[in-house]
Design a protein around this ligand. Structure first.
Ligand code: AQP
Length: 321
């Protein structure tokens, strides 16, 4: 039997190469031999500040990126979280068995509440986010959840809630596991390599958007922070900036990191960065071309989401019942 996979992205901004390498690229590879559901997690996106107009656009554009990246609606269920009310309903039930302390200990909650605390308020929805994420995963009886490292802790909570529920009420849920792609689990910010690349980063130089123009990509990579020692070598602890750039280079060019190290031995950062920029531009070109085509046919994108959400609801409602 095919393994079941669920994952999703919050439409909380324009998607960047971290979302692509850490999540979407893996998803595309899974759709042939797994039963897959991928969501646009809009109920999660409203846990942080957002502009309603931009928010609607982001939901559509996230779907366009999914399709442009190669997710095929014939093989993959693409759904919008708020179109399937079972997510919110199961989240309530799971919330009655989640200790407050477990939520307060979540790294994402701590990081986001530190940021938001200075901007006027942390809402209960942000604290409860991992409960809703557990509902997302458990409703589809997912065996595996492909995510970046930042979300692994939330998948662990989903697993322990499933165990708790099954022990108390009888077996209702499959126990899910995070599926991490080791090398790309954490793409770091270009301007601040100890921090992960993030779409809500206030500094646009920190991320490369999937829709950035070739010139913007060249400029951002040229400005990317480097390490003090000039050598181009992969050593994430000692050389976090250049190691991050090597991972990105390798992913977009298909060339292994040791080969890149050899070919840039003795060469300067300027040459390395110029070639890296061209590799990213070429790697994103097919996705960007399909994205532009979809922009002229948004009705078909909405139709995919409507059909996918209906299929997802049928599975989710069965679990909930
Ligand atoms: N920098 C990253 N490296 C690798 N994977 C990443 N992901 C996010 N950033 C990186 C993975 O992308 C998926 C979708 O993430 P999300 O949008 O649901 O939430 P997020 O992790 O909060 O993403 P961002 O970009 O950091 O958004 P904001 O700034 O809005 O919080 C997940 O699988 C995530 O692991």
């Amino acid at each position: 039997m095919k393994k079941r996979v669920f994952s999703g992205i919050r439409p909380s901004g324009d998607l960047h190469i971290g979302n692509y390498l850490g999540a979407i690229k893996q998803w595309v590879g899974l759709q042939d031999d797994h039963e897959v559901v991928f969501g646009i997690m809009d109920l999660h996106a409203i846990t942080t500040p957002h502009d309603p107009e931009k928010f609607r656009r982001n939901t559509l554009e996230t779907a366009m990126v999914y399709l442009a990246a190669g997710l095929d609606p014939a093989k993959t269920t693409l759904m919008v979280q708020s179109r399937v009310p079972a997510h919110a309903e199961l989240a309530w039930i799971l919330g009655t068995m989640t200790p407050l302390g477990e939520l307060e200990r979540m790294t994402q909650f701590k990081e986001k509440s530190r940021e938001l605390g200075t901007k006027g308020g942390i809402m209960a929805g942000l604290l409860n986010y991992p409960i809703l994420m557990a509902a997302d995963i458990l409703l589809y009886q997912a065996d595996a959840v492909p995510v970046g490292e930042d979300q692994a802790q939330h998948v662990e909570l989903a697993r322990s809630l499933a165990e708790r529920f099954n022990n108390r009420y009888g077996k209702a849920f499959t126990l899910p596991q995070a599926m991490l792609q080791k090398d790309t689990a954490r793409i770091m910010a270009l301007d601040d390599p100890p921090k992960k690349m993030s779409k809500s980063d206030e500094n646009a130089r920190g991320y490369i958007l999937l829709t950035d123009s070739p010139d913007a990509i060249r400029e951002k990579i040229k400005a990317a922070v480097t390490d003090s020692e000039k050598k181009i070598a992969f050593a994430p602890e000692e050389k976090p900036a250049i190691s991050n750039l090597l991972v990105i280079f390798s992913e977009f060019s298909g060339r292994p990191i040791p080969e890149l190290e050899r070919s840039y031995a003795g060469k300067g950062y300027a040459e390395f960065k110029a070639d890296l920029a061209e590799a990213v531009i070429a790697g994103l070109a097919p996705l960007q071309e399909r994205f532009r085509e979809l922009e002229t046919d948004t009705d078909s994108v909405f139709a995919v989401l409507r059909g996918g959400s209906e299929r997802a609801a049928a599975v989710a409602n069965k679990t909930l019942a």
